[in-house]
Design a protein around this ligand. Structure first.
Ligand code: HMG
Ligand code: MG
Length: 327
């Protein structure tokens, strides 16, 4: 029952690099995106138009009370002050990739201000990002879930008037660094609201990578009651090594859009326990094994991973890439 074709949404240049402590030069980001497209990836999330003044609302001390590993992950999100600087070149990244026509380059836009800046830069697709947990919503985007949905209604309606597709992310779909387990009904509520406002695709994010098929299946069951399965994507971080299992069960449930990050980019390099998204190479390797088409040339994808890892000076998190290079 697995789909014959899976659309991979490559999020490395955004979700991966947003956590890097040292600023990655715009030219390196642009070259990475070019290499990713050259490997056959048709959707590459390019960057994010977020606030440069953004300050975390929940202190690291508060997060520490919960759990040291969870705190580390939290730090990768909100404590690393560099992310706002890392993304300060959003419009230059878009300028740098303007000539590339055979792929789509969505960007994150947290509000109308972000949408306006993205549109001015020439962006053709955007994404809004809500959460299924109140605490995470407040810490990530400084407002409640319902306030964020109201804000996103304005973003979606403005975007749709211009025929700009809008993706809706939901973070913490199975677990939250502050609240622990998240009930599937909370995810279904946010997913339904995002679809009602006009989001074309809903990406279900296990932001801290705590999910297993045991928690992912009931969550997708709940969401698919209110959102057509064709509109759903999965977005797994691989902190506990569960991402591929979670992807496989998602495919078995009919989902055919998978987010991943080349070489498993992401997480805070100084925070033990925090990891990035599942590596795109590992996803492609598994899908190749299943006979599922992706349009991606694994060899070229590995070159893109090598390129960015060489720049960062840290080895790839992709097991498939590491193994294939030895053979
Ligand atoms: P706020 O402070 O409540 O916003 O932040 P504000 O409206 O009060 O504005 C504060 C200042 O920022 C103002 O400047 C605004 O103009 C400016 P001032 O008047 O003080 O000079 N500002 C902006 N500037 C540029 N671009 C903008 C923008 N917006 C406001 N778009 C806000 C609220 C949402 C803006 C802030 O909290 C924010 O930017 N948060 C982003 C957090 C973030 O980037 N998180 C990581 C991405 S989400 C993610 O990775 C999860 C995902 O991968 C899925 C998963 O794994 O679960 C998607
Ligand atoms: Mg993410």
């Amino acid at each position: 029952n697995i789909p014959k074709y899976v659309k991979i949404v490559e999020v490395g240049p955004r979700d991966g690099l947003q956590n890097e402590k040292d600023i990655v030069p715009t030219a390196v980001k642009v070259e990475l995106i070019k290499m990713l497209v050259n490997s056959g990836l048709q959707v590459v999330e390019a960057t994010s138009f977020v606030s440069p003044k953004w300050v975390p609302q929940v202190t690291i001390k508060e997060a520490f009370i919960h759990n040291i590993i969870k705190m580390s992950i939290f730090c990768s999100f909100n404590g690393c002050q560099n992310s706002k600087l890392q993304l300060a070149d959003a419009k230059d990244v878009i300028k740098g990739i303007k000539g590339i026509s055979n792929a789509r380059f969505p960007v994150l836009t947290p509000n109308l201000k972000g949408l306006e800046a993205a549109l001015a830069a020439g962006v053709k697709e955007v994404a809004v990002f809500a959460a299924a947990s109140e605490s995470f919503s407040r810490s990530n985007i400084n407002c409640s879930i319902d306030e964020s949905l109201a804000r996103y209604r304005d973003v979606a309606s403005a975007a749709r008037k211009l025929f700009i597709p809008v993706r809706g992310y939901i973070s913490c779909v199975v677990g939250c660094p502050m609240e622990g387990e998240v009930h599937p009904s909370k995810v279904a509520y946010v997913a339904e609201e995002l679809v009602k406002m006009g989001c074309d695709e809903i990406s279900l994010g296990d932001t801290i990578g705590v999910g297993t098929p045991g928690s992912v299946i009931p969550m997708i069951e709940a969401v698919k009651k209110v959102v057509p399965i064709e509109k759903l994507a999965v977005h797994f971080h691989d902190t506990y090594g569960q991402a591929l299992s979670n992807i496989l069960v998602s495919l078995q449930m009919g989902i055919s859009v998978v987010d991943s990050s080349v070489s498993g980019l992401g997480g805070c390099p100084y925070a033990k326990g925090a990891t990035g998204n599942v590596a795109t190479e590992d996803v492609v390797y598994m899908l190749n094994g299943l006979g599922v088409k992706t349009n991606v040339d694994l060899r070229k994808l590995i070159l893109a991973g090598d390129f960015i890892r060489k720049h960062l000076g840290r080895p790839s998190e992709s097991k498939a890439a590491t193994a294939l290079k030895k053979t």
